[in-house]
Design a protein around this ligand. Structure first.
Ligand code: MN3
Length: 226
């Protein structure tokens, strides 16, 4: 009876399928590609998510192919301790694992009809650290403008619960510096060039209109528990 045979073989088939599964997957956007218009245009969202983020995931999986012992580690854990990653794939994991983690954060800390003044605990820590929200925004934008070439600008938290603005080149994550990326903006040209061309300051300014403070509060609070 073929049905019974499959039943008996199922644990073997199941294990084989599990082993074939790629350890990392591209998460779908949490909203429609048009949802962040007019701040971020539909075409940029398609290219950014479907091509750029997808490539980081694909290349991360390809690098990890050589080291199945790392398949169970989350992408965050991989880039939190890059020295634990074998040297032959360390650069690929740093770039593509970072790219995967950074973009997964990025989609989630934005939302349609977002923006406005921060609320909750993140508003309090911004006020405590920078005086007021406007001063914080100006410093954050200046750090984004000042990041030469491709990279990110972040509000990052340390183990004591203090926060600071940092920028990183390429896909480097604050996680690799023992900091928690509470939220960040992508200042690679692929994030803004179609709509804003070379006007990065204009993009940085407009971006606050799609910021999701509820999600940022969640990330900030979870960073304090760690
Ligand atoms: Mn990007």
């Amino acid at each position: 009876m073929p049905g019974r045979r499959i039943f008996l073989l199922w644990p073997i088939i199941h294990n084989a399928l599990e082993e074939m599964k790629m350890p990392h997957e591209l998460p779908p956007l949490p909203y429609d590609y048009t949802a962040l218009e007019p701040t971020i245009d539909e075409k940029t969202m398609h290219l950014h998510h479907d091509m750029h983020h997808a490539a980081y995931v694909k290349n991360l999986n390809a690098a990890l192919d050589k080291h199945p012992e790392l398949h169970k580690k989350s992408a965050e854990d991989l880039i939190r301790d890059l020295n634990a990653v074998p040297e032959d794939i360390r650069g690929a994991v740093r770039n593509n694992g970072g790219g995967h983690v950074n973009h997964t954060m990025f989609w989630n800390i934005m939302k349609p009809h977002g923006g406005g003044d921060p609320t909750g605990p993140i508003a309090d820590v911004i006020k405590k650290t920078f005086g007021d929200f406007k001063t914080f925004q100006e410093k954050f934008n200046a750090a984004g403008v000042g990041q030469f070439g491709s990279g990110w600008v972040w509000l990052a938290g340390d183990a004591k619960g203090d926060v600071k603005i940092v920028s990183t080149p390429n896909q480097d994550s604050p996680l690799s510096q023992s900091l928690y990326p509470i939220f960040g903006n992508d200042v690679w040209e692929h994030a803004y060039y179609l709509k804003y061309n070379n006007r990065r300051p204009e993009y940085l300014q407009a971006w606050w209109n799609v910021v999701n403070w509820e999600e940022i509060n969640k990330r900030y609070q979870s960073s304090l528990k760690k």
